[in-house]
Design a protein around this ligand. Structure first.
Ligand SMILES: Cc1ncc(COP(=O)(O)O)c(C=O)c1O
Length: 391
């Protein structure tokens, strides 16, 4: 069996041992200095001013929209574009925040929204924001998407939960927008068991995200930020400030275990990403010889930090054939994330407008993926390769 993911952590034994020692010695396990240390280290690694740690990628997504609402940048009823090929908790927060989700199609050869898809949609629909997903470690022509957003006054937000480590000539995936989310769930590039992050260069956004993350209070803000909020609302004493709630929030706090694991796993991240790319390029060589399969484009990407190994067949019938080959070889497989989101039951219940999305439909019916991670052995890679030949 080749599972989607072999271990909870890279260097599992060493990490679990270090975690046990940490737990035994720690005075406090609720959010504290380890979380703050991981935030600083992750922000530096990603090359952003601020990083705010959450208990999951999905909650990071919900908090980003809540924070933009609290700041008055988005409001009820706003139309928010999203990549039609994404994960449920990218799209659900748009609905949960009383905004209107507007699906944007994705290109089968890049798995992503391309600038032409965005241009097509905004011909008829004015968007206030675009919540773009960088899918499975790949991206679209994100520079051009950013240019359009800037020109059209569309707030660009990235869901980078599947693309930690991907680099384009103009920057890292996740650094093209006001803020980007990351996920550290076990199956992702880096695991803290459960966990998520938002990275941003916008200090006001970071401040509001910290308010949203913990109950709407000011406890996790800097001293200067606390003075500002307390002055604005005439909060005269520390006693009163403890239970003063300034704006809408949740309890999306991580624990010190999240912070410790994040810091520990961060030391393996560069090698992890390089191995993911090397695995992908090895398997791609076989895939490129097979004309049953769509050849995925990534020549605009300098470092391809794949989350998984995506396979896109030219027809649904061919997908059946390759699904059977993979299953027969004991390789765990999954659909191409949520496929065309418009086909998901929840979407029908809540969304007003459906669009023609031929690219996402193609990916929905013809795509699937198996795991790609550093622990794949040569034999595992050969087993996967053997399923990619056209027999
Ligand atoms: C694109 C995308 N966004 C959000 C999430 C949610 O992350 P989490 O599982 O940490 O809540 C995922 C999870 O796989 C994802 O793939």
């Amino acid at each position: 069996m080749i599972p989607l993911m072999k271990n909870a952590f890279l260097n599992e034994f060493e990490t679990k041992k270090a975690l046990s020692d940490f737990i035994m010695k720690a005075d406090r396990l609720s959010m504290d200095v380890k979380c703050a240390e991981f935030e600083r280290a992750f922000a530096a690694k990603q090359g952003r001013k601020e990083a705010i740690l959450f208990n999951s990628g999905g909650s990071a997504n919900l908090a980003m929209l809540q924070a933009l609402k609290n700041m008055g940048k988005l409001k009820d009823g706003d139309k928010i574009g999203f990549s039609a090929l994404t994960w449920s908790t990218n799209t659900m927060p748009i609905i949960q925040m009383s905004m209107e989700p507007i699906a944007i199609d994705c290109e089968p050869s890049t798995l992503n929204v391309m600038s032409h898809h965005l241009l097509d949609r905004i011909k008829t629909t004015k968007l206030q924001a675009l919540f773009l997903t960088n899918v499975l470690g790949f991206t679209g022509d994100i520079d051009e998407v950013r240019n359009i957003c800037e020109r059209e006054n569309i707030i660009l937000i990235e869901d980078n939960c599947e693309s930690l480590g991907t680099v384009l000539p103009s920057g890292k995936a996740g650094n093209f927008s006001i803020g980007a989310s990351f996920s550290f769930f076990v199956a992702h590039h880096m695991s803290t068991i459960e966990g998520g992050m938002v990275c941003t260069d916008d200090e006001d956004f970071a401040e509001m995200l910290r308010i949203c993350r913990a109950n709407g209070w000011d406890r996790n803000l800097t001293a200067a930020q606390q003075v500002k909020w307390r002055k604005k609302y005439n909060i005269a004493s520390e006693f009163e400030a403890k239970y003063t709630f300034y704006d809408l929030g949740f309890n999306f706090r991580p624990t010190e275990i999240t912070g410790f694991l994040g810091l520990y796993q961060l030391q393996f991240l560069d090698d992890n990403i390089k191995t993911r790319q090397a695995n992908y390029l090895k398997l791609e060589k076989i895939m490129l010889q097979n004309d049953d399969l769509v050849h995925l484009k990534h020549d605009h990407i300098t470092l391809l930090s794949t989350f998984a190994f995506p396979v896109v067949c030219k027809t649904p019938e061919l997908r059946e054939k390759y699904l059977a080959q993979f299953a027969g070889a004991g390789i765990e497989i999954r659909p191409m994330i949520a496929g065309n989101m418009q086909r998901q039951p929840f979407y029908h219940k809540y969304a007003k407008q459906m669009y023609d999305l031929p690219g996402s439909d193609f990916l929905h019916t013809n795509g699937f993926y198996c795991g790609n991670y550093p622990e794949l052995s040569e034999t595992d890679l050969q087993t996967i390769s053997s399923c990619l030949y056209k027999y």
